[in-house]
Design a protein around this ligand. Structure first.
Ligand SMILES: [Mg+2]
Length: 234
């Protein structure tokens, strides 16, 4: 039985708009393309995952962005870091994460129509609810929990507890969907929730031997896993 489902935001519901990023870098005289930025993303995400898993780094977003810019454009590390710092200050007004991940908002609507409480649980900058309004998703979620607002971030169990308090439900009937092994999957499992590890890195790594973790490549995969868990006795 499933009563409650939460989604991570970045690389789960919304992804980096590479064309917008290329245009913003162009404003600063750095020529690149959406394709070059897309090609540089896997290595930059690997860097981000290492930082988050290791803990202690207070600006993983900027490190990710600097690695992405350097990888795509070949600019020197200090110039890439300066561009990343500028983009970070721009995030509240010009959020680069705004491209919907295919099929996910449709899945959100299906779950809601089936009577499931659906929320968002994101490590973000405090402006996620405003972004959702901007892209027309202002009424899609029963709660949007943003670490930049509540002051605690995944995988800290406190943010999972806050989210469940906002949405209702019990840990055993709640599922979190997200792309980060450390923040999303390990965080959810530590809170007693089940987890769907989402995206290509998850599929490549596989779920491991924990029956409370499944992996999905896309929205159809998430739908199938949730349907199976909804009818299971667990
Ligand atoms: Mg994410």
């Amino acid at each position: 039985m499933i009563t409650t489902v939460t989604f991570d935001a970045g690389q789960t519901l919304i992804e980096l708009d590479a064309a917008m990023l290329a245009a913003r870098l162009g404003e600063r005289g750095v020529a690149t393309t959406a394709a070059a930025l897309a090609a540089a993303q896997p290595a930059a995400w690997q860097r981000y995952e290492q930082l988050v898993a290791g803990g202690g780094h207070d600006q993983p977003w900027q490190v990710f962005m600097a690695a992405l810019i350097a990888g795509a454009t070949g600019v020197a590390a200090d110039a890439a870091a300066a561009l990343a710092a500028w983009l970070w200050t721009e995030q509240p007004r010009r959020n680069l994460w705004r491209r919907p991940v295919p099929g996910m908002i449709e899945l959100v609507r299906e779950l809601r129509a089936a009577g499931i409480a659906v929320g968002v649980l994101s490590n973000s900058e405090g402006h996620l609810a405003a972004l959702f309004v901007e892209i027309g998703w202002g009424d899609e979620f029963a709660a949007v929990i943003d670490s930049g607002v509540v002051g605690v971030a995944k995988p800290d169990p406190r943010i999972f507890a806050l989210t469940l308090a906002a949405l209702g439900g019990a840990p055993a009937t709640t599922v979190h969907v997200g792309d980060s092994r450390s923040a999303d999957v390990d965080g959810a499992r530590a809170a007693g929730w089940r987890a769907i590890w989402f995206g290509p890195a998850a599929v490549a790594a596989g779920p491991g031997d924990d029956p409370g973790v499944a992996v999905a490549r896309d929205a159809a995969g998430v739908r199938a896993i949730l349907a199976g868990w909804a009818t299971s006795r667990a």
